[in-house]
Design a binder for this molecule. Structure first.
Ligand code: MSP
Length: 661
């Protein structure tokens, strides 16, 4: 068909729901999202699938521990995973849950096809099983630990259905040969080829020892082995048995970490071959983010959480860092130090600074209208050349999944623009006609470079590039720009700049790290819910909707436990990464306290200085968004949104520290 866009289907792994996402899961998902955005800008109709792997003994146990039924547990977890992906700008088209009915049907259908084609038989299996990885370890003896995660194996004997994996040694080897790009990078391919050449044992694909799984129709209590179940989610997400209607199967790209390569490059194609279904085109295997050279895991207590980073530095900073810092395919160490250093150097001083200074100069010299450039000098030509080469290089590297290199090329262009401004010094030029024309050329040239890097960086930094796009007065969405048509010279003149929005405020490294760590700590060890009589700081001074009046009476001695005193606000400032909170210092007569109050959306910090307020002074200190808060400002909570209105002493000259009784 003439105008039909080519289709592209890519997936992240379907994540286990016995825990919440850490930076490792975030990494694959951010990469997938950036590829999705990039492919769309290259003219593809793209579907990206992510989702949750909700069956198996781990989930069974986690639900038990939480004291709720499995179905309720996984539903809550799926909501939590989705919410985090939304916060990180992940625009997945499909979110498949392995408890979805459409998925259950697809798994049962795939099994039926494999069985009808003669690749499934019943047998007994006794083996050493890792309940954490959901896998039998064929070479292990009783008492051994799991070679992957190091935890004790369990001996399990079961009647199982077996999949004749052994029959696929030759078909798989032939397939790898015919499709040399199926496994990427190359080193991983060799590893898998030697594994398959070493011989394949049949694989048990049902379990009877586990209750929480997809039933094998007519064969209860058999449920499907979690990997037979989870891998099939890739197909369920795009139509399952009706995949042909939607037209996205076979999948173009599975992104996976190196620990799950065999499942994706050996088992999965074999299941599909047995069912006579098309096999995916490519599996791209990436490395791990390590903490002190070890893989992150909750049990080791060395996980890095994405949300505190996004709260402190913005989601784009997190996305940029994971794609810039390690070579895709290899392992790399994670460090907060490197994260904040990159944030300040590449984002605050790099892209952010170039955008704001270019806009400010156009504002000052041309009333905020993009000027018409005059004749070009050799130094302008040099920048044009750099930019044109950047377009080519950034796209070529991205196409080859060399994301760090692609970003490096884009940031080299930003550095070239900085250098150009420093040497051309438009601020030193006069208002004469000739100088004004020269200024116009310099600023148009810089703005054009900025437009191009904004487009190129968009897949990785969707939020901030959209802001720069608006700032440059561009119409339409930056996401709608076609990368194939991106050229030097397309920046229209006479266009009025748009609204400037904060991009990447510089942060003080040590403070930023401490706050990220404190927020992570709060998330990993949430404070118990506050008792009703002493609501949390942030909610009382704004946040919570008005609570219904309680009918329960308390004695005066209960009230006396709350020590409230008159205080005066000395300083007030906004907190980067916490839209609702203000950081206040409050004089309570005997000392100056730092207190956070959830009033930022309703009170201007400057207008609070000098104001007298009622302060609860004997509340245990705690951290809010990583900032220490030692006390609570009292406020009424008004209307359905709970707008905070500070309690105060407007008419009386009250002494600081006076007690409220
Ligand atoms: N549920 C299976 C996947 C089924 S796919 C049909 C699973 N889930 S998982 O939640 O444990 O892990 C999913 C992915 O996260 C894997 O690709 C794994 O490599 C990746 N990561 C987990 N920790 C990681 C790092 N520290 N660094 C990078 N990625 C890592 O396996």
């Amino acid at each position: 068909m003439p105008n039909e866009k080519p289709k592209f289907y890519l997936t992240t792994p379907i994540y286990y729901t016995n825990g919440l996402p850490h930076i490792g899961h975030t990494y694959t998902t951010v990469v997938a999202d950036a590829i999705r955005r990039y492919k769309r800008m290259r003219g593809y109709e793209v579907v990206m699938t992510t989702g949750t792997d909700e069956h198996g003994v781990n989930v069974e146990r986690a639900a038990q521990k939480a004291g709720i039924p499995e179905s309720e547990f996984v539903a809550k977890m799926a909501v939590a995973w989705k919410a985090l992906w939304d916060e990180l700008g992940i625009a997945a088209d499909e979110f498949i849950r392995t408890t979805d009915l459409q998925h259950v049907r697809t798994v049962q259908w795939l099994f039926k096809l494999c069985k009808e084609n003669g690749y499934v038989y019943k047998g007994h299996y006794t083996g050493q099983y890792c309940i954490y990885d959901n896998a039998f370890v064929s070479e292990a003896k009783p008492g051994d630990n799991c070679p992957d995660c190091g935890r004790p194996l369990e001996t399990i004997t079961e009647e199982n259905y077996f999949f004749k994996l052994s029959a696929f040694q030759k078909p798989l080897l032939d397939f790898y040969k015919k499709n040399p790009n199926f496994i990427q990078p190359e080193t991983r391919k060799n590893e898998i080829i030697s594994f398959v050449e070493g011989g394949l044992k049949d694989l048990s694909i049902t379990r009877t020892a586990i209750r929480w799984g997809i039933p094998v129709p007519g064969e209860e209590p058999h449920v499907f082995y979690v990997w037979f179940d989870a891998l099939t989610a890739y197909l369920s997400a795009v139509g399952g048995p009706d995949y042909e209607k939607r037209g996205f199967w076979p999948c173009d790209l599975h992104l996976v970490g190196k620990d799950i390569i065999r499942f994706h490059t050996v088992y999965w194609p074999a299941f599909l071959m047995a069912a006579m279904l098309p096999v995916p085109k490519q599996v791209w295997v990436h490395g791990w983010f390590l903490m002190d050279a070890a893989k992150m895991s909750k049990s080791k207590g060395n996980v890095i959480l994405p949300r505190p980073i996004a709260n402190m530095l913005g989601m784009d900073a997190l996305r940029y860092f994971v794609m810039r810092e390690i070579v895709f395919g290899q392992d790399g160490n994670f460090s907060y130090d490197a994260l904040v250093t990159r944030y300040n150097s590449d984002l605050a001083n790099g892209l952010g600074n170039l955008a704001s200074r270019t806009a400010a100069m156009i504002e000052k010299n041309f009333g905020g209208t993009i000027p018409k450039p005059g004749p070009r000098l050799p130094q302008d030509d040099a920048l044009v050349k750099v930019t044109s080469e950047t377009i080519e290089e950034a796209l070529e590297k991205f196409e080859n999944f060399e994301f760090a290199r692609s970003l490096e090329a884009i940031w080299a262009a930003i550095a070239a623009a900085d250098k150009y401004l420093t040497s051309e010094q438009p601020w030193a030029l006069s208002d004469s006609e000739a100088d004004t024309q020269r200024k116009a050329t310099i600023l148009w040239t810089t703005a054009e470079l900025l437009r191009i890097v904004t487009v190129l960086a968009h897949p990785v930094l969707p939020d901030s590039t959209a802001k720069v796009w608006t700032l440059l007065g561009q119409t339409g969405r930056v996401a709608a720009v076609e990368l194939d048509g991106l050229r030097w010279g397309q920046l229209a003149t006479g266009v009025q700049l748009g609204k400037a929005q904060a991009l990447f405020p510089r942060v003080e490294k040590q403070e930023a790290i401490e706050r990220i760590e404190a927020m992570a700590n709060e998330e990993l060890n949430p404070a118990p819910a506050p008792p009703a009589a002493a609501p949390a700081h942030a909610t009382t001074a704004g946040g919570a909707a008005a609570a219904p009046a309680s009918t329960e009476k308390i004695g005066i001695e209960d009230f006396a436990k709350v020590e409230m005193r008159v205080g005066q606000i000395k300083t007030a400032e906004r907190i980067v990464g916490a839209d609702k909170l203000l950081k206040l210092t409050v004089d309570i007569g005997t000392e100056i306290r730092q207190i956070c109050a959830g009033i930022a959306q309703y009170y201007e910090p400057e207008k609070l200085i000098g104001r007298k307020v009622a302060v609860v002074v004997n509340l245990a200190p705690r951290k809010l968004r990583g900032v220490e808060s030692n006390g609570m400002i009292v406020a009424a909570s008004v209307g359905p949104e709970g707008r905070p209105v500070l309690a105060g002493f407007p008419d009386e000259d009250v002494e600081l520290g006076a007690r409220l009784k």
